[in-house]
Design a protein around this ligand. Structure first.
Ligand code: FE2
Length: 341
């Protein structure tokens, strides 16, 4: 299984993952969830859109929620590039690959290029946004999980190798990966000096699995869960708390009122130096990819968000075995019964 070689001087300079645009059937319910449970700051709202940012964030938005009556959807994910000039280089890069690239107007963002990667994922690229004060020392106003900053998203795609090769060409490096039968099934890729800006997991796609915000400590994670419970929505806590093997982060996953999945976590390690090799995980060894905590429910793998207007492609092969909460509990019950006999 070939891991792509790092490209240290890519054709254009992506600096980080920056935002996600999703839909909601009920903006008031979304506002309650993201303000009170996740602890985001509402920068601005209009009749049909909410713009949120983390407490640490100075740019106008990292989560945009648009009112939409139908099935919940994601409109796009967003990356920042370093300067305006990089946008023109990006347009040239995507067009040279025969991939869609067009200029769009987006409120509160500078010039924005909308592209589709090889899996079809819609991606906004921009170099600037309007700015607004950081609120990370306004402790008296912290709510819920007190989410600090947007960190990454996970996209499910049917061909992880193809996506990984493409993003490597754009300068993304692999921090960690999972393989099965000598085939890539998950890659954690980064541009900023952490372990991930975008994660690819093998499954039908492209579909948005989750987006993630950092929190400053473990108490923030528990507080988000407690506030959800107090608001009568304790069942939005879908997975965790637990500690991932990859990146070693403490995490919890929650489902918003429309079913979008958001992760709160603290925190990943610094990764800049070029001699550091990617870390591989053997998914056949249970317990290795999860340091502690229960495996995810099956729905964690299979319930995801479609991108608006983008067809979901199925896998062209049988997916490998998944370690789910359901299979884990069934095995526990089997062992217990065998001991009792
Ligand atoms: Fe994540």
């Amino acid at each position: 299984m070939p891991l792509p070689k790092p490209v240290y001087y890519p054709p254009f300079n992506v600096t980080r993952s920056s935002h996600a645009i999703i839909t909601s059937r009920d903006l008031e319910a979304s506002r309650d969830f993201y303000e009170q449970v996740i602890g985001l700051v509402l920068t601005e709202r209009d009749a049909d859109t909410l713009y949120f940012r983390g407490l640490e964030e100075v740019c106008h938005h990292s989560l945009v929620i648009k009112c939409h009556d139908g099935e919940h959807q994601a409109e796009a994910i967003g990356f920042r590039v370093y300067t305006e000039e990089e946008l023109d280089k990006a347009e040239h890069f995507y067009r040279s690959k025969g991939l869609p690239a067009r200029w769009i107007e987006v409120p509160h963002q500078g010039r924005t290029l909308l592209v589709n990667d090889p899996a079809g994922t819609p991606v906004q690229l921009c170099a600037t946004m309007t700015t607004t004060p950081r609120l990370y020392t306004q402790f008296q106003d912290f709510k819920g999980g007190a989410a600090m900053r947007f960190d990454h998203y996970q996209i499910q795609v049917p061909n992880v190798q193809e996506q990984t090769d493409f993003y490597a060409e754009m300068g993304f490096r692999i921090s960690e990966y999972m393989a099965l039968d000598d085939k890539l099934i998950a890659t954690f890729m980064f541009r900023k000096p952490g372990t991930q800006d975008i994660v690819f997991l093998e499954n039908p796609g492209p579909r948005l699995h989750h987006f993630a915000y950092t929190v400053s400590d473990s108490h923030s994670i528990l507080r988000a869960c407690d506030i959800a419970g107090n608001m009568g929505m304790g069942d939005v806590v879908e997975r965790g708390p637990g500690r991932h093997g990859p990146a070693g982060v403490l995490f919890v996953y929650l489902r918003d009122p429309d079913g979008h999945r958001v992760e709160l976590f603290c925190d990943h390690y610094l990764l800049i130096d070029i001699e550091v090799e990617p870390v591989g995980w053997d998914v056949r060894k249970p317990g290795l990819s999860l340091r502690w905590g229960l495996p995810p429910q099956e729905c964690w793998f299979n319930e995801t968000t479609a991108f608006a207007g983008i067809e979901t492609r199925q896998l062209d092969h049988e997916r490998g075995p998944l370690s789910t909460l359901e299979t884990y509990l069934a095995e526990k019950a089997r062992v217990r019964a065998a001991k009792a006999n």
